[in-house]
Ligand binder design. Sequence first.
Ligand code: AMP
Length: 254
Amino acid sequence: MRLIRTIAELETVPGTGLVPTLGALHDGHRALFRAARAENARVVASLFVNPAQFDEPTDLEAYPRDEERDLEIAASEGVDAVFAPELDELYPAGFATWVEPDDTGAEGAARPGHFRGVATVCLKLFNLIGPERAYFGQKDAQQVAVIRQLVRDLNVPVEIRVVPTVRDPDGLALSSRNVHLSPDERRRALALPRALHEAMASADPAAAVRASLNGLEPEYVEVLDLGDAKVLAAAIRVGSTRLIDNVLLEGELT
Ligand code: AMP
């Protein structure tokens, strides 16, 4: 597996599948690598904690980083190359152009500037790596919608693939931020996937989630129309850790 630090070392190879990540890899990322490995001649993963998509400085600072372990995980899943640039490789002095998605509500409203950071770095990665396909997780369903919109609006020649959310056996969606949860917080966090799953069959799913969150105050609970699919999505804070999750209500996100 090649480790690439600079743009100069990158080459555009036909038949490439790209998996963009922030690192701190877990089994959710492994599922994306496997999906990419299954249908591309070459798989590239990016590891880059993109400051532009963090709306809280403390979240950025506390974001888990373990590059050595990430490289082992990527290699063990058959990733051919990892692009792990330094900050100023992607945002050199004088950087001044951003991709600004229109107001997206939910995550977009709760985290000002988040999707601007995501869309900008993803477009840069698409331009630099030239993948035929790029892989994203259903866990960040709104992110998928933002990226699909970007690809349509800006005519980016890449196919966007979605991989179902990978969960721990107790139902909690895997997230790099789960390492911040104390055992008690982790137990309380289970109310989120439970409430979402129980509310799926309800006539008013958002209200049903609010009613069964066991005292956890949601930042939002919304049914999001993502074009091909409707998802029931929510964000909560458990202690100082912010968690998001969603379940599919209608359609397909693939
Ligand atoms: P992140 O490193 O958290 O930005 O995630 C990188 C990619 O992995 C994104 O497309 C996420 O949606 C996806 N991802 C994160 N957690 C999961 C999960 N539990 N299951 C499936 N995909 C995930």
